[in-house]
Design a protein around this ligand. Structure first.
Ligand code: LLP
Length: 446
């Protein structure tokens, strides 16, 4: 993406600011986010989807899936660019509220929300609670009754689609914890999704069932899975209309749009994703006599991922003999699986670039590893780095804006890095300050 360039010293810059300066001032490792890239991707996604769907008579709303990357600054950027904010826990909800996001534009998700989380959402007037199970429908209704409000809810269904992505981030096949199945568990009976709708209808005094929601998984490139899911969910909408004479106004097709991590991935534009989906939906809706649904989407990674990178400092460089005549160079950096768990969790690929200077030394196949006491602590499995990479050099690992800070930990009592943003004018802001060991020790009661 366009935020990167090199300055006169050969150092990588993010929107004009040298990463060496940032590392010097804010420490290493640091996450560096391009505010302009985040904003353009958020705005670009919304505009692309509006442009593709409005001519078909379909309204679109975009919820930024804040689980990918959230702090009050980022929540404000999303809201400024006309996006709503999707939260997946009481904590994420508090950040969005603290950021001043209009509660009516916040959604609350989760397969195991607590009564306290639901109460907070109802109290603050959150725009939608996405319910995920039969017991939760009752719980939301009970809490709404207690607070004398009518809870706006969406029902998350499991469309039974096998999205081609890593097993741990696919969420629409049958055997997983999310949503209500569209298939009856016993032949001849109503599916869990239909049972849930019957329950919502029975409790309609307390529940305002706005529509159906599905999410097929994450880091998905092909449009087919979304099309199949939409087809199944629209069929359910039709059944509901026939059985209860109720047209559910809203349809949320979730997030999951993939981004390119390395040159092996083909990046997609929001426009091409939106146009593909619009074509699928046009085909599905043309025979329906029901009023058109109000659509929503929940991209997280697509917006946040390419906006951020991680700056590391190189420490130990070691070459090991893998087998006779085969060597591998290990380049250690000052972070690792605690600031980017994705390679360990999902076998995710990243790339790394020598950042503080340009070198014309020969490229050597290298493995970038962290400093944790685990051999699986890999940042980049295979990357060519100049043979003269040495302690003190900086590496930039791009596309770490999504699910890196979000999944970070204090493994080995490492302090979590801070997050710095650079805006379009080259203004630097510390979004989250880096932790210190004292921050961590302050929680130790001994
Ligand atoms: N909506 C729902 C209901 C979701 O569960 C998710 C992601 C999203 C939207 C946003 O998906 P995205 O557009 O970011 O793909 N930690 C994993 C990803 C987990 C995704 C969980 N749900 C990773 O690092 O790959």
């Amino acid at each position: 993406t366009g935020q990167y360039a090199r300055d006169d010293q050969g150092c990588i810059t993010v929107d004009g600011v040298s990463v060496a300066e940032l590392a010097q001032k804010y420490g290493s490792p640091s996450y560096v986010v391009s505010e302009d890239t985040f904003r353009s991707r958020a705005r670009g996604f919304r505009e692309a989807f509006e442009n593709a769907f409005t001519p078909m008579g379909l309204d679109v709303e975009v919820y930024y899936a804040s689980k990918a990357l959230l702090n009050t600054h980022v929540a404000r950027w999303a809201q400024d660019e006309g996006l709503n904010v999707d939260t997946a826990s009481g904590g994420e909800l508090e950040v969005a509220l603290r950021a001043g996001v209009d509660p009516a534009k916040i959604a609350l998700h989760g397969n195991n929300k607590s009564a306290a989380e639901i109460t907070r959402a109802l109290d603050t007037g959150v725009g939608r609670i996405v319910v995920d199970s039969l017991p939760e429908i009752q719980l939301v209704a009970d809490l709404a009754q207690k607070l004398a409000v009518r809870a706006p809810i969406m029902l998350r269904v499991t469309p039974g689609v096998h999205a081609s992505t890593h097993e741990f981030i696919a969420t629409a096949h049958e055997d997983q914890k999310f949503g209500l199945s569209l298939n009856p568990s016993v032949e001849g009976q109503d599916s869990p999704a239909l049972q849930a709708i019957a329950q919502c209808v029975a409790l309609r005094e307390h529940l305002d069932l706005r529509g159906l929601h599905c999410h097929i998984g994450s880091q998905i490139f092909a449009a087919e899975g979304f099309g199949q899911a939409a087809e199944r969910v629209l069929a359910l909408r039709q059944t509901v209309a026939e059985r209860w004479s109720t047209v559910l106004p809203e349809l949320d097709l979730g997030g999951g749009h993939g981004v390119a991590y390395t040159s092996a991935d083909e990046p997609r534009t929001a426009r091409s994703i939106a146009e593909d989906l619009a074509e699928h939906l046009a085909g599905l809706l043309k025979n329906s006599e029901l009023p058109l649904p109000h659509l929503s989407f929940e991209p997280g990674r697509f917006i946040a991922g390419p906006s951020g990178c991680t700056v590391y400092t190189v420490g130990t460089v070691k070459t090991v003999t893998v087998s006779p005549g085969v060597q591998r160079r290990y380049v250690s950096v000052d972070g690792g699986m605690s600031d980017n768990a994705r390679p360990v969790l999902y076998d995710a690929d990243y790339t790394a670039v020598l950042a503080n200077r340009v070198s014309d030394a020969d490229p050597v196949l290298s493995r970038v590893v962290g400093k944790h006491c685990e051999s699986g602590d890999i940042v980049v499995r295979d990357v060519y780095l100049p043979s003269d990479v040495t302690a003190g050099d900086l590496l930039v690992v791009p596309v770490t804006g999504a699910y890196c800070w979000a999944l970070s930990s204090n493994y080995n009592w490492l302090t979590r890095p801070g997050m710095i943003s650079v805006d379009a004018q080259g203004q630097v802001k510390e979004l989250i300050r880096a932790e210190t060991v004292n921050d961590l020790l302050a929680r130790d009661t001994g």
